[in-house]
Design a protein around this ligand. Structure first.
Ligand SMILES: C[S@@+](CC[C@H](N)C(=O)[O-])C[C@H]1O[C@@H](n2cnc3c(N)ncnc32)[C@H](O)[C@@H]1O
Length: 380
């Protein structure tokens, strides 16, 4: 582990933690005071780690300290951070249960949960827990004040049972609920769908997916430029969300095969669902990848990548996550290949593109977004 690893002290001892994706001279810590509140509260309950389920750990503060039965997460980046930090602390791997899978095995006595940013996803997790937890089980949930909804406590009451709202500490707050099996919890929020005019089709997405209720304005501007792009054999929808960009390219017959990839398990599952619904007879032309961009992809290189890049890393606003993906693209594209990217006007992606590509042109722009087309030379 590099010098950027920092030490978290808690009642469970001291663990060294590093954020993932890693970068030189990292200024952000790999944990926050919501993690510290959860660890303090859990140590007071004295529940053995093997009876604990950790949910939505970001970089491993909870999992590495507690050594729980399993980590429940939507995020491939978080799973990587946790795996690396467990190894750095000489701890055995902890099984990962993806957000899209049912909770396996014997129910936990305690759930230690970082409250996610997306409220429907929080409800989804609470609904699944309400069907899984035995009476008397504890749910410890915490988040940073700036990310919490005024509905947090009432949702815990509705789905789990009596809930105590603890005093805040260092801009974070802890909630403690006890499962009341007599409560008939509301059903889990399901797929959310909208009709996408550009695709002339309905697009659906699971609760933790970007822009699940309507088309993102940046994605719309990129879709309006698709007709300007040359047809290709292979295309990547990088950071695909519900798959809208790759599905539109396929519908316009500008591509033979589409790879949709995202770090969110729910995004990949939603893109897969939409491809199956829209193109049931051509589904074999689609491939799906849940992971950190194209980092682990070993398949055939593509001639075109479409991307509306992320600007958040977990709860943190961070352009670096997008820049990193763009750097991966130039390595994955075949010679002569291109990246078509939409980005907020105020983000200076042009400099990043010029470093990784041979030619960069502006395809379109409006008051908020710019669409860039970056090319690799046909011969290196
Ligand atoms: C701005 S959204 C775009 C979604 C979709 N393409 C659209 O246009 O609606 C960015 C997406 O990037 C994904 N993401 C963030 N970091 C990633 C990474 N390292 N690898 C793959 N996907 C990532 C997020 O889960 C999110 O779905």
């Amino acid at each position: 582990m590099t010098a950027d690893a920092t030490y978290l002290q808690s009642p469970f001892g001291s663990v060294q933690l590093q954020r993932y994706p890693t970068r030189r001279q990292e200024r952000l810590r790999a944990w926050c005071s919501a993690d510290e509140l959860l660890l303090d509260a859990l140590s007071g309950l004295a529940v053995p780690g093997k009876q604990v389920l950790v949910a939505n750990d970001e970089h491993g503060a909870l999992t590495v300290s507690v050594n729980p039965r399993a980590l429940w997460t939507d995020s491939a980046l978080a799973a990587t951070a946790v795996r690396r930090n467990l190894a750095a602390n000489h701890k055995a791997p902890v099984p990962v249960v993806w957000s899209t899978s049912a909770l396996p095995g014997e129910p936990p006595a305690c759930v230690v949960l970082r409250i996610p940013k997306q409220l429907p996803y929080f409800e989804y997790q609470l609904a699944h827990l309400s069907g899984n937890l035995p009476a008397g089980a504890t749910v410890l949930a915490a988040g940073m004040d700036k990310h919490l909804s005024p509905r947090t406590a009432s949702l815990l009451e509705q789905y789990i049972g009596p809930t105590q709202r603890h005093r805040g500490r260092r801009k974070a707050r802890l909630f403690q609920s006890v499962r009341d099996a007599g409560i008939a919890a509301p059903p889990a929020p399901d797929m959310c769908c909208y009709f996408c005019d550009e695709l002339q089709a309905q697009l659906c997405a699971m609760p933790n997916v970007f822009s699940r209720e309507k088309l993102d304005a940046g994605s719309r501007l990129l879709l309006q430029q698709l007709a300007l792009l040359p047809p290709v054999e292979r295309l990547v929808d990088l950071a695909c969300g519900n798959g809208v960009l790759g599905l539109a390219a396929f519908k316009m017959q500008m591509v033979g095969k589409v790879l949709c990839c995202d770090e969110s398990a729910m995004a990949v599952a939603s893109a897969q669902y939409n491809a199956q619904q829209l193109f049931p007879n051509e589904f074999e032309h689609f491939e799906f990848l849940h992971g950190d961009g194209l980092l682990d992809y070993r398949g055939t290189a593509a001639q075109m990548v479409l991307c509306n890049p992320p600007f958040h890393s977990q709860h943190t606003v961070d352009e670096y996550v997008g820049r990193r993906l763009l750097a991966q693209c130039s390595e994955h594209l075949s010679a002569g290949g291109s990246l078509c990217l939409v980005a907020n006007r105020h983000l200076d992606y042009q400099a990043t593109l010029r470093r990784g590509f041979d030619r960069v042109e502006k395809l379109a722009g409006d008051s908020k977004f710019t669409v860039w087309l970056a090319h690799r030379n046909a011969r290196e």
